[in-house]
Write a protein that binds this ligand. Structure first.
Ligand code: OGA
Ligand code: NI
Length: 196
């Protein structure tokens, strides 16, 4: 929590234990047919631009995907801890599985939509067995001082960052790259009332 507050991002290795890894990896394999090309923008803005992002995604649904229960509980706990120690007022989350085929990348961006600004913390959990140097697919995080950090997408690693203020990119991957990616959400501002 301190690290995220201080640096705007944090890397937590071995975020998933062996059991949860097995659960999510076999779920991934059995749902590969359901993946669709990811787009950019929310709702009305949704467009597919392979030059900007090359991944395929599968949106998860907590009720439907109850075999992932132990993962949902871990995410609940993470949200609870952020609310308790960082007073973020998080009220929900949205997660998808992501598959970047060989050569897939995602240009530099923020995890916010023009017409929706409630994504608060981005969470990416990598599911890649035997990831080696040279495999590419690093997450590049751009820092305020102009430098950047490269994060290798190694199995069970979780990276979290502030969705609205940390520009980031996914470098071209030299082999298929898998992750569980999601956003901890604050109440959508559109649901609030405006007074004067
Ligand atoms: C995203 C994203 C980063 C990653 O899906 O918005 O930036 O490392 N993913 O997969
Ligand atoms: Ni992103």
């Amino acid at each position: 929590m301190d690290e995220l507050s201080l640096n705007d991002f944090v890397i937590v290795d071995e975020f998933l234990d062996e059991h949860r890894l097995n659960v999510i990896q076999s779920f991934f394999e059995s749902h590969l047919e359901g993946f669709t090309k990811a787009g950019i923008g929310a709702l009305g803005d949704h467009v597919i631009r392979r030059d900007i992002r090359g991944d395929y995604t599968f949106w998860l649904d907590r009720k439907r995907d109850s075999e992932l229960n132990e993962i949902w509980c871990l995410i609940d706990e993470t949200l609870y801890v952020y609310n308790r120690y960082c007073f973020l007022g998080l009220s929900g989350y949205e997660f998808h599985l992501a598959h970047y085929p060989r050569g897939g990348h995602y240009d530099k961006h923020l995890d916010q939509f023009n017409n929706r600004n409630n994504r608060t913390i981005s969470m990416v959990i990598y599911l890649n067995k035997d990831w080696k140097k040279g495999d590419g697919g690093e997450l590049e995080i751009f820092l305020k001082d102009g430098s950047s950090v490269l994060v290798e997408p190694i199995e069970a690693r979780c990276v979290m960052f502030k969705s609205a203020s940390v520009p980031h990119a996914v470098l071209a991957s030299n082999k298929p790259r898998f992750s569980l990616t999601g956003w901890l959400l604050q109440q959508p501002s559109a649901l609030g009332q405006f007074f004067g």
